[in-house]
Design a protein around this ligand. Structure first.
Ligand code: ADP
Ligand code: MG
Length: 704
């Protein structure tokens, strides 16, 4: 390569003070592989080291501070999980305890009675005084002089294994000092000068130096801003470039006609008028599918907004043009439901529809395989099993992915391998994603939104009750059943507490059976441990109205459609996340009747849980709920996005950096238009950086 290997690409063990053993730990636990990774390992806060507090002065637990004092005692107390190391430190104003629950071995090596230590940490109020849990400590006499000049001490996160190797925040800071002493030349700028000017950014070199060694906190803001912009800009650039590349590179099947199937369905089969939003979206999809380019469209629409019909009509267009279509659902229950609903096409339109899931029998598979290859089968419905290589179509024209926010770029790419010209792809999601997340996770897709509910829907009324109101809640359920409607009762099922949760579900079922005795009330139960035939049987009975109450775990979460079910009770609602609560609630309110969602919780709620309940009670708007969710939990915890790889930001935060993201996306899009090949001199460094990065890490196939 003509571009010289920059010092930043050096493997981390070659940094002085690292070596093979620590190097291995840095790689394994902190994902620091190279000098560059270390440089990009940012502190998450700073301690003002210019000030040493008197112990008697501490009067709040709001901030990180440092104290200086003589260690007067060290003791190990407790046992098992409660085992901890407690040291008492004393200055001339008073004394306090320092407490370690972890890493005691390491601390014991450093601490010495009778010596003066500095302790950094966050004071915690304990009875009438304060203590400090897991403070950073340093022998005062041996404090690092270079560090002593540092006014704002950066604090880096670490892991237990790394701390055991001396790589706590302080250890990492030492490495940063070492690294920066090695960087004799400036860290090369990669953003074009015009961009830096336009967005008033500081230089890359300055930003990196400031973030690790700030002189004041105002400066840090500028550095963070610059680094966030860069991070988001690069990602948006890659996403948009990828989208453009795909548009230029892949031809799309041209669906020029809207034919008999579509028209007949529209005129004779469709039992209702489409909403304007549905019409608008179908138009967008039609335009895409006749453009000659491959469609890659995300269809967002709240639960119950009627996405399925849109998908169905799009598939009919594919069939009208002589192509096949597939639809992938995330669970077997949903695949079955689609199969039943779409099955009516066979009778009305003579369209052949097949179902393929993980539990399909070999004979069925074989038949489907044959019919797919011959073109006999028009629509294939199924779960992820459809992605397997051995599922071969005669001419797949459209792939619909339903309710699937777990579908990354790479998985989508696997669909394209199914024919020489890739099929059009429609991804539907009912999990409203805040715009910031959509821009990143689905940044390479075009977006359509159904922002209107079918007419006649009544807003679901949501109420939050504490345990003590259970009797009243039971009364309401009985009333609802008396009116001929059905009820879901949902129990949480969390992987970590699975055993206990199943126990709760079963106990709950027993109690409900007692409170709603047969034969007056018919009860059913569905959960993940049941065989899928049994699950389906119960679901079918509920759907047919044979059951009054369906007790379940969250297996019914996504997409299940029983319009006569108008009430849902969510037990231990405080244990659910907001987006999950919203998804669950979407199971009711599907018919014309007033629907209810009842959130049952214990009496004691955390502040966050209370916010979740209040949000659910106050709004039905999925996008609003998603925003609150993002703010409460941060993007990393949003359903299905953990594995995305696209949200593991080093410094940007999608919950708070909305405006930087918007600017970065705009700038990236402008750059792609104005200099598609990055051939201009002012974009040269960016081009080099990107191609370097592509070689090192930017591997789309690793993102899923
Ligand atoms: P989702 O967007 O959650 O997938 P569905 O497609 O399952 O929603 O639609 C929810 C319900 O609304 C279904 O029973 C469907 O038949 C009905 N529906 C869809 N569109 C309309 C419409 N335009 N008018 C009336 N009912 C509709
Ligand atoms: Mg749906």
């Amino acid at each position: 390569m003509p571009y010289p290997k920059h010092i930043l690409n050096t493997e981390i063990e070659y940094l002085k003070g690292v070596g093979p053993a620590r190097g291995a730990v840095l790689k394994k636990y902190l994902e620091i592989f190279t000098f560059s990774d270390l440089l990009n390992y940012f502190p998450f806060r700073y301690v003002d080291r210019s000030r040493i507090y008197q112990i008697s002065e501490i009067d709040s637990d709001a901030a990180y501070i440092q104290v200086k004092g003589v260690v007067t005692s060290i003791a190990e107390v407790g046992s098992g999980k409660g085992k901890r190391l407690i040291a008492r430190i004393k200055d001339n104003s008073g004394s306090m305890e320092l407490v370690w629950f972890k890493g005691q071995k390491w601390i014991k090596k450093i601490l010495q009675v009778g010596y003066e230590f500095l302790a950094f940490g966050k004071p915690t109020r304990f009875k009438s005084s304060y203590n400090m849990v897991h403070p950073e400590i340093e022998l005062f006499a041996e404090r690092d002089e270079r560090k002593a000049q540092v006014k704002f001490q950066p604090v880096y996160s670490s892991s237990e294994k790394a701390v055991a190797k001396g790589l706590d925040s302080k250890g990492i800071f030492k490495l940063q000092i070492e690294l920066h002493s090695k960087l004799s030349e400036k860290i090369p700028e990669i953003l074009p000068a015009a961009l830096i000017h336009q967005f008033k950014l500081i230089s890359r070199d300055e930003a990196y130096r400031i973030i690790h060694f700030p002189a004041d906190l105002a400066e840090v803001e500028k550095a963070r801003n610059r680094l966030k912009f860069e991070e988001l800009f690069i990602l948006q650039y890659e996403l948009l470039k990828y989208k453009q590349h795909r548009k230029n590179y892949y031809k799309g099947h041209v669906f020029s006609t809207v034919g008999d199937h579509f028209n007949k369905f529209y005129q004779d089969v469709l039992p209702f008028e489409l909403t304007n939003a549905q019409k608008k979206v179908i138009k967008e999809i039609r335009l895409d599918m006749k453009s000659g380019k491959q469609m890659n469209r995300l269809l967002q629409g709240d639960v119950g907004s009627g996405k399925t019909i849109v998908a169905l009509m799009s598939m009919l267009i594919a069939i009208d043009n002589g192509f096949q279509a597939l639809i992938i659902a995330p669970t077997e229950i949903l695949a079955n439901q689609h199969f039943q609903n779409i099955g009516i096409l066979k009778t009305h339109l003579g369209v052949n529809v097949g179902l393929l899931t993980g539990s399909s029998k070999t004979a069925v598979r074989k038949q489907i395989d044959e019919d797919l290859r011959s073109g006999e089968l028009h629509i294939l419905i199924g779960t992820h099993a459809l992605l397997e290589e051995k599922v071969v179509f005669k001419n797949l024209g459209l792939a619909v992915i339903d309710e699937q926010h777990r579908f990354g770029v790479a998985q989508r790419a696997r669909l394209w391998a199914k024919s020489a010209t890739p099929p059009h792809v429609l991804v539907m999601t009912a999990t409203p994603i805040p715009r910031t997340l959509a821009m990143t996770f689905y940044g390479d897709l075009d977006v359509s939104v159904i922002d209107e509910m079918p007419p006649g829907r009544k807003e679901i009324i949501t109420r939050h009750y504490f345990e003590k109101s259970r009797l009243a809640v039971q009364g309401s359920i009985k009333k609802i059943i008396k009116q001929g409607m059905q009820v879901y009762i949902v129990y949480p099922l969390i992987q970590e507490s699975e055993k206990l949760d199943y126990q709760n579900l079963m106990d709950g079922y027993d109690i409900i059976s007692r409170d709603f005795p047969r034969p007056e009330y018919q009860l059913g139960i569905v959960h993940g441990k049941m065989k899928s035939e049994d699950k389906e049987l119960e679901m079918a009975r509920f759907k047919k109205g044979e059951l009054h109450i369906l007790v379940s775990t969250t297996v019914i979460e996504v997409g299940v459609d029983v319009p006569n079910a108008t009430a849902m009770v969510i037990e231990s609602a405080e244990r659910f996340g907001l987006s999950q609560l919203h998804q669950l609630r979407g199971r009711v309110g599907r018919g014309g009747n007033q629907s209810y969602c009842i959130l049952m919780t214990g009496n004691k709620l955390t502040h966050e849980a209370r916010t979740r309940m209040e949000t659910m009670v106050s709004t039905n708007d999925g996008f609003k709920i998603a925003e609150v969710d993002l703010n409460l939990r941060g993007p990393g915890d949003l359903a299905g996005t953990q594995q995305s790889g696209l949200i593991n930001f080093r410094i940007a935060n999608l919950a708070t950096d909305h405006s930087i993201l918007k600017a970065a996306r705009l700038a990236a899009s402008y750059l792609i238009d104005s200099d598609p090949e990055l051939g201009k001199e002012e974009n040269k460094n960016l081009r080099i950086f990107l191609s370097d990065q592509a070689k090192n890490q930017f591997d789309w196939s690793s993102i899923s």
